[in-house]
Design a protein around this ligand. Sequence first.
Ligand SMILES: C[S@@+](CC[C@H](N)C(=O)[O-])C[C@H]1O[C@@H](n2cnc3c(N)ncnc32)[C@H](O)[C@@H]1O
Length: 276
Amino acid sequence: MEESKRVEEMNYFELIAWLGIGSSHPGGFPATKQNLGIIRVKPEEYVLDAGCGSGLTACYLAKTIGCKIVGIDINSQMVKKAALRAEKEGVSHLVEFRVADVHALPFSKNTFDLVIAESITVFLDKAKVYQEIYRVIKPEGRVADLEMALIKELPANLRRQLEDCFGSGTNPLLFEEWREAMTQAGFQDVEIKNAQPLTNRGNIILNELKKDWLLIKDLTEKVSRQPGLLPRLQKNAAFMKRYQGYFGFGLFYGRKPTPQRMGIRDWIQRIVRKKI
Ligand SMILES: C[S@@+](CC[C@H](N)C(=O)[O-])C[C@H]1O[C@@H](n2cnc3c(N)ncnc32)[C@H](O)[C@@H]1O
């Protein structure tokens, strides 16, 4: 992010990239750790972190499990910070970060054993994202997406305020709708794990951020250089606090099925369908 861009002009992704926030998802890094306890990544698995941000989760996985990971993010600032983190944490040999769009992933089909995502699908077209993730996962591979979810329908005026805080297109689904979106893309046995309300421990995110060396390094200086920063962060926090009763989050966890083997009857049906 160029120094000249004002906080007021940055979109939400540019803002968190500029801040270098490492765990910008509901529940923060503690939720990531809980989810990883459920997912149980194996050292031999090849993992994609879709929308990896500044790479905190990917580097943690590499350090603790020793698996190979690719992190992609559309924001080049994020990717630079993630690569720096990997270097500083001594895991560059395991983690690779690339600029890429989750709607058109630069990987062949059936590449990954596991795709993790944390607070990215909520901002995007769910069907397109899940179809693309499905494509790059191997049969029997897993998808694990931590997203904000609605506990009850959000009135239109609050939807507008939410978009005002986090950007247009921000669209959390009800818990069951998330499960349905994943199922529609072809995933099987989709489960909702670790579902919880967004409590005022939402500040847990800020607390975690304070422990993140990458962020705290220059936060004070950024606040003094950009007077609009604190009011903007406070506005988002105040909205979430006031309407927290609407919001929760959970891990949406599914599996890509093994392709059905085609029998002679399937071949005949396919030929007949083509001729009609
Ligand atoms: C709320 S942040 C979450 C980052 C990270 N997963 C985390 O939990 O800290 C959302 C991230 O998604 C990235 N993003 C947004 N749209 C994207 C897209 N179309 N393809 C890839 N990344 C995208 C943003 O740049 C941002 O880093």
